[in-house]
Design a protein around this ligand. Structure first.
Ligand SMILES: [Zn+2]
Length: 360
C-alpha cells in the first residue's frame, strides 16, 4: 500500500510531488500527482516525468494512473502538452496483461493469415501510436460505433472484429463517415483492432465448423479446399443418420438462438423428407455453395435467383440472416481465446453487436 510519498527531493529542487493510492480500485493504482511551486522550465518538468516518475511507477507495478495537476498549470498550453505525454507514458503499464504482439501471435497461431482469401483484409488493422499492454479484449462480429463505445466503456485495449471494419481503402480519417469515425475513436482511445474474417471461416474449429455443429455428422470436408485440403471454404457434411427437413430447421434455430429462419423447400420435397447431406457456408454463401451436391444448403443470405436455382434442383435452403450464421462462434471462441492467453487477458463478447435485420 502506497500512501502520500514525497518525491520532492528526487526531482527538480523547487517541485514537490506526492503519490496517493486509491485503494478502492482493484488491481489498478489511481495515483494523484500533486505539483506545487514548479518554477523550473518546461524541459525540466518533462525530464522529471520521463526520467524520474515513469521508472518509479513501473517499479511499483502500477497499471493505470490518473495524473492531475493544479489548474494553474493546466492553463498553460505547454504544460498541457507535457501533462498529456506524461499520462501516456504512465499508463503504459508493463506489469499487467500481455503485449499486443502476444495477442496477435495467439490469434495468428489459431488461424494463420495465409488462410484468408486473397480479396480479404485481415490481421492487425489499427495499432495506436503508443503501445500499451492488453488486459481486456472485446469480440464482435461487426464493429459499429456502439460496439466501439462498448469496448471503451469496458476498458478494453483491443477489439477483435470478425468482419474487417476497414475493407475498401480509406482516403481520410474524418468525422463525416461512420467507419472513419470509428478508426479515429479507436486511435484516440488507444484501442487496437484485429480482424480474422475468412481465416476463421477456413480454419478447422472456426466459424464454419461451429455452424456445422448444429448437426451430427460422420464426415465434414471443405466445399472449396485450400492448398491444404483440410482447410478451405464452406463444409459438406455427411450426416450420421437421416433427419427430416423440419428437424434440420429446429437444429439450426437451436444453435444460432434465433427463433425464425427463412426456408425454401426443394422441388418435390416435403417438410418430412429426409436429408443425408448438408452443404453450408457461414455468411453470404452463394458462390461457395454453387454447384454443391447436397440435400440442404445452409447459409446466412443468398440472392433470389440463387435460391430459386437451388430449390428447382430439389435442394432445400435455410437462410439465417448473414451475421446470425457467424456470430455464435464468438461465444465458443472467447473461452478458448482466454485459455490460450493463460487467463492474463479478460475476453468479452459484445452485447450490442447484432444482425441489422430481424424478421418481424
Ligand atoms: Zn460475413
Amino acid at each position: 500500500m502506497l500512501s502520500a510519498v514525497n518525491y520532492g527531493q528526487s526531482i527538480a529542487s523547487q517541485t514537490t510531488l506526492g503519490l496517493h493510492q486509491n485503494s478502492r480500485m482493484n488491481s489498478t493504482l489511481s495515483i494523484r500527482c500533486f505539483a506545487a511551486n514548479i518554477l523550473e522550465t518546461h524541459a525540466s518538468w518533462r525530464r522529471s516525468c520521463s526520467e524520474q516518475l515513469y521508472p518509479m511507477f513501473n517499479t511499483i507495478g502500477s497499471h493505470l494512473m490518473i495524473f492531475t495537476i493544479r489548474k494553474y498549470f493546466l492553463n498553460q498550453n505547454n504544460f498541457k502538452r507535457y501533462i498529456s505525454s506524461a499520462k501516456i507514458k504512465m499508463s503504459t503499464g508493463d506489469n499487467i496483461g500481455v503485449t499486443l504482439k502476444k495477442v496477435t501471435t495467439v490469434l495468428e497461431n489459431f488461424a494463420p493469415k495465409k488462410l484468408s482469401e486473397s480479396w480479404d483484409n485481415t490481421g492487425l488493422l489499427v495499432e495506436p501510436y503508443t503501445a500499451r499492454n492488453i488486459t481486456k479484449v472485446l469480440l464482435t462480429n461487426d464493429l459499429t460505433e456502439d460496439v466501439a463505445l462498448e469496448a471503451h466503456n469496458l476498458g478494453c485495449e483491443m477489439i477483435v472484429s470478425y468482419h474487417p471494419p476497414i475493407f475498401a481503402p480509406m482516403k481520410s480519417v474524418v468525422q463525416s463517415s461512420w467507419k472513419e469515425r470509428i478508426v479515429s475513436y479507436l486511435l484516440e482511445n488507444r484501442i487496437s483492432l484485429y480482424s480474422p474474417h475468412t481465416s476463421w471461416d477456413c480454419v478447422r474449429g472456426g466459424v464454419n465448423d461451429w455452424l456445422a455443429s448444429a448437426f451430427s455428422f460422420t464426415e465434414s470436408v471443405p466445399l472449396i479446399p485450400g492448398s491444404d485440403p483440410q482447410f478451405g471454404a464452406g463444409r459438406l457434411l455427411q450426416l450420421t443418420s437421416e433427419i427430416s427437413l423440419s428437424t434440420a430447421i429446429s437444429k439450426v434455430q437451436e444453435l444460432i438462438e434465433i427463433p425464425h429462419v427463412r426456408f425454401a423447400l426443394g422441388r418435390g420435397k416435403q417438410m418430412s423428407s429426409n436429408i443425408k447431406t448438408v452443404a453450408l457456408c457461414a455468411g453470404s454463401g452463394s458462390s461457395v455453395l454453387k454447384g454443391a451436391v447436397a440435400d440442404l444448403y445452409l447459409t446466412g443470405e443468398m440472392l433470389h435467383h440463387d435460391v430459386l436455382d437451388a430449390a428447382q434442383k430439389g435442394i432445400s435452403v435455410i437462410l439465417t440472416n448473414h451475421s446470425d450464421s457467424e456470430r455464435g462462434f464468438l461465444k465458443v471462441f472467447s473461452n478458448n481465446f482466454q485459455n490460450l492467453l493463460n487467463n492474463e487477458v479478460q475476453v468479452f463478447v459484445s452485447k450490442l453487436d447484432k444482425d441489422p435485420l430481424v424478421t418481424v
